[in-house]
Design a protein around this ligand. Structure first.
Ligand SMILES: Cc1cc2nc3c(=O)[nH]c(=O)nc-3n(C[C@H](O)[C@H](O)[C@H](O)COP(=O)(O)O)c2cc1C
Length: 186
């Protein structure tokens, strides 16, 4: 059974709330094992455990928090070249729209690329003018339905890719399973 880890840093709870909704989305795909952990709770064993990773950080000065960067730096010596090939995606909460959360997502994906992960974005729209091409971003916590659904959509897509590429369940491909829905679809 494919394994999905949602791993985040959150000081004030906003990125943590995103993680919860991302987990809900992942749970919509049957037969996927899901863990949600903050970097305070997680260890390198969790990274080894997962097939797919949604990695989240608050936007600090337009990039990832130092805590998140330190988490990954702490096991370069021991684990680099031992966790390649996992499927990764990113999420971030920022103070306000335009505050740099997409840059943070790119920085999170850069970390994952350094470890040999296969990172992806999502083409769907979860509501009017709301998409997640570089991962899902929020201002503060997700409140509106399209923001919550954007988080769920990222988690669902991660679980779908794990099902397709790790478990070989081609029927779970979003274009086959019909889960890639946009507001303009009938
Ligand atoms: C040190 C620090 C730097 C920050 N830098 C930015 C920033 O560059 N852009 C932004 O929009 N918000 C910035 N913020 C606000 C946080 O990104 C925002 O409050 C976020 O929702 C916090 O997420 P959390 O609740 O998961 O900790 C910063 C906050 C702190 C504490």
């Amino acid at each position: 059974m494919g394994k999905v880890l949602i791993l985040y840093h959150s000081e004030d709870g906003n990125t943590g709330k995103m993680a919860k909704y991302i987990a809900e989305g992942a749970a919509e795909v049957p037969d996927i094992d899901i863990r949600v952990k903050s970097i305070d709770e997680a260890s390198r064993d969790d990274i080894h455990w997962c097939d797919g990773l949604a990695l989240g950080s608050p936007t600090y000065l337009g990039t990832v928090s130092s805590e998140m960067k330190r988490f990954w730096e702490s096991f370069v010596d021991t684990d680099w070249q031992k966790i390649d090939g996992k499927i990764g995606c990113a999420f971030s909460s920022q103070g306000g729209w335009g505050g740099g959360a997409e840059l943070t997502c790119q920085a999170l994906m850069t970390i994952m690329l350094n470890f040999g992960f296969l990172v992806f974005g999502v083409t769907d729209y979860s509501g009017h003018q709301f998409t997640m091409h570089y991962g899902v971003t929020q201002a503060g916590e997700p409140r509106e339905e399209k923001q919550i659904e954007g988080c769920r959509r990222l988690g669902r897509r991660l679980a779908e890719w794990v099902a397709v590429f790790v478990d070989g369940r081609k029927d779970q491909h979003p274009l086959v399973a019909g889960r890639q829905r946009n507001p303009w679809d009938k």
